[in-house]
Design a protein around this ligand. Structure first.
Ligand code: GLU
Length: 432
C-alpha cells in the first residue's frame, strides 16, 4: 500500500503534487493501491476546507485513490501504542518544562554542541513518576544501535542513536507528534513504500525507531524526493506564486501539462511531452536525480502549449469557456501565440467582443463593419477581401489593419486566411 499524507494547512504545493504523482504512478506500476491520509492532528495549523481542496486537485489530475483517512481518527491508537511503549520500557514520561529545556538548549548552543535530551526523566523511578504532579510528555528511548535504511534515490542511509535522540511521542495534551502519528498510521495501513519530500529524511530513522520499539518488523521502502528550486536557485516556497497548484490553475496551466512537467524535472525521460499513462510504462523512481530539481516557468509554458495542442477542438473550446467545436478550432490557431488557457481565452474573448471603433483605425473599422452587415455570406477569404476592398475603397495598410481589427479585435495576430474559414459563420454576430 502507498500513501499520500498531506497536512491541510495551506495551498497544495507543487512539491506535494510531485510526491502524490510519483506515489500514484509507482503504485500503478506495482499493481498496488494508494490511500490519502489527511494529517490533521496539528489542529492550530489546520485550515478549514483545505482537505477538500487537496482531494479536488487530485481529481483534476485523475489520480485514483483507494481511501481517504483522517489522522485525527486514529488518536486512540496513538495513545494506546504510547501506553504500550511506556509499559515495555521503550518510552518514558518526561516532566522537564519547556523553560528548563530552553535553558539547556541555549547552554548547548553556547558550547557549540548539538542539543540532546540529557535523560533526566529517563532515570526516574516508577514511584517518582507516580508521585509527580506536573504535566508530562512521553519520550521514546533512543535506540541502542544506529538505524539503517536504503533510500531508492539517495542510496544507503545510516543515522546514529544520538541523532535520533529521546524525541517526543505524545505532547502534554496527549496529542501525538508528527513522527509518532505517522509511524503508527503507516503501520496500521500496512504501508509498503513511502515516497515523500527530502525534508522528511531525518524523520525516517525516528519513525523506523518507533516501529522497531513496537516490534513491527515489516520493511518499508523509502524514496525521498529532492527539493524543487526556483529560478534563482532558492527552495520554492510560498513566496513563489508558482509553487501553488491552485495558482497554476488560475493562470491557465492545465493538469496534463503540470503533471508532465513535474515528471520531467530532475529526471531522465525518453521524451519531453507525454501523458501520465505513458509515463507509467517507463518511469523509474531510481532515475530521479539526487540533486535538487529546478522549476522554470518558461519551460512549463512550453509544455503547457504542447498539451493544449494535443486537446481536441471541443475540449479546448470548453476549457476557454465556450462550448463550440469551431471556436476550439479558432483557439488552436491562436496557440501560435498563446501558452496558457488565460492567454488563449483573452484572445478568443476579444475576437467575440463588440468592436469599439476607436483608435487609429476606428473609422475604417466602422466602414468595413457596415459593409459586412450588408454582405451575403462569402466562402473564400480572397473573395471576401476583394469585395470589402472594392466596396470600401480602402487600400494597403489602411485596409488590412482595420480588416484585422474587425475580424479579430486586435491589430496583430495569426494569418487571417487561417481564421476566416472558421470565423465566417460568426461574422454577422461580430458586426451586430
Ligand atoms: N504531512 C507531511 C507533510 O505534508 C507529510 C508526511 C509524510 O509524507 O510522511 O509534509
Amino acid at each position: 500500500m502507498f500513501r499520500f499524507a498531506p497536512s491541510p494547512t495551506g495551498d497544495m504545493h507543487i512539491g506535494n503534487l510531485r510526491v502524490v504523482l510519483f506515489n500514484y504512478i509507482v503504485s500503478k506500476q506495482q499493481g498496488d493501491r494508494l490511500i490519502v491520509r489527511i494529517e490533521d492532528t496539528d489542529t492550530e495549523r489546520n485550515i478549514d476546507g483545505k482537505d477538500r481542496e487537496i482531494l479536488e486537485i487530485l481529481n483534476s489530475f485523475k489520480i485514483e485513490y483507494a481511501d481517504v483517512l483522517y489522522q485525527s481518527h486514529n488518536l486512540k491508537f496513538h495513545q494506546q501504542f504510547a501506553s504500550t511503549l511506556l509499559q515495555t520500557g521503550r518510552a518514558f514520561n518526561c516532566f522537564c518544562t519547556p523553560e528548563e529545556l530552553d535553558r539547556k538548549r541555549e547552554e548547548a548552543e553556547k558550547n557549540r554542541v548539538a542539543f540532546r535530551y540529557d535523560g533526566t526523566c529517563e532515570r526516574m523511578s516508577d514511584n517518582d513518576v507516580l508521585n509527580m504532579e506536573k504535566p508530562s510528555v512521553v519520550r521514546i528511548k533512543r535506540p541502542d544501535t544506529s538505524v539503517k535504511f536504503n533510500d531508492l534515490i539517495k542510496g544507503d542511509m545510516e543515522f546514529q542513536p544520538e541523532d535520533i535522540d529521546n524525541f517526543i511521542l505524545l505532547r502534554q495534551d496527549k496529542r501525538p507528534t508528527y513522527n509518532f502519528a505517522c509511524a503508527i498510521d503507516d503501520m496500521l495501513s500496512d504501508i509498503s513504500t513511502i515516497i515523500r519530500g527530502e525534508d522528511h529524511l531525518s524523520n525516517t530513522p525516528k519513525q523506523i525507531a518507533i516501529q522497531h520499539a513496537l516490534g513491527y518488523g515489516k520493511k518499508i521502502d523509502y524514496a525521498h524526493l529532492p527539493i524543487i528550486l526556483n529560478i534563482e536557485g532558492k527552495k520554492m516556497s510560498k513566496r513563489d506564486s508558482a509553487s501553488s497548484v491552485k495558482w497554476l490553475f488560475e493562470e491557465g496551466f492545465i493538469p496534463e501539462a503540470i503533471a508532465n512537467y513535474l515528471f520531467l524535472i530532475g529526471n531522465k525521460t525518453p521524451k519531453e511531452i507525454f501523458t501520465i499513462e505513458e509515463a507509467i510504462e517507463w518511469f523509474k523512481i531510481e532515475n530521479i536525480s539526487k540533486a535538487p530539481a529546478k522549476f522554470d516557468i518558461d519551460k512549463l509554458r512550453f509544455v503547457n502549449r504542447e498539451h493544449l495542442k494535443l486537446l481536441d477542438a471541443e475540449d479546448l473550446s470548453k476549457r476557454v469557456g465556450y462550448f463550440d467545436k469551431t471556436i476550439g478550432e479558432i483557439a488552436k490557431v491562436y496557440l501560435e501565440e498563446a501558452s496558457t488557457l488565460n492567454e488563449l481565452k483573452s484572445k478568443i474573448d476579444k475576437l467575440f467582443s463588440k468592436r469599439a471603433f476607436d483608435g487609429e483605425y476606428g473609422e475604417s473599422v466602422k466602414i468595413l463593419s457596415g459593409i459586412v452587415k450588408e454582405l451575403e455570406p462569402i466562402e473564400e477569404f480572397s473573395e471576401f477581401k476583394k469585395a470589402l476592398m472594392s466596396k470600401s475603397g480602402l487600400k494597403g495598410k489602411n485596409f488590412f489593419k482595420p480588416l484585422r481589427v474587425l475580424l479579430t479585435g486586435e491589430e496583430s495576430g495569426p494569418e487571417l486566411s487561417l481564421i476566416y474559414p472558421l470565423l465566417k459563420n460568426y461574422l454577422q454576430k461580430i458586426v451586430e
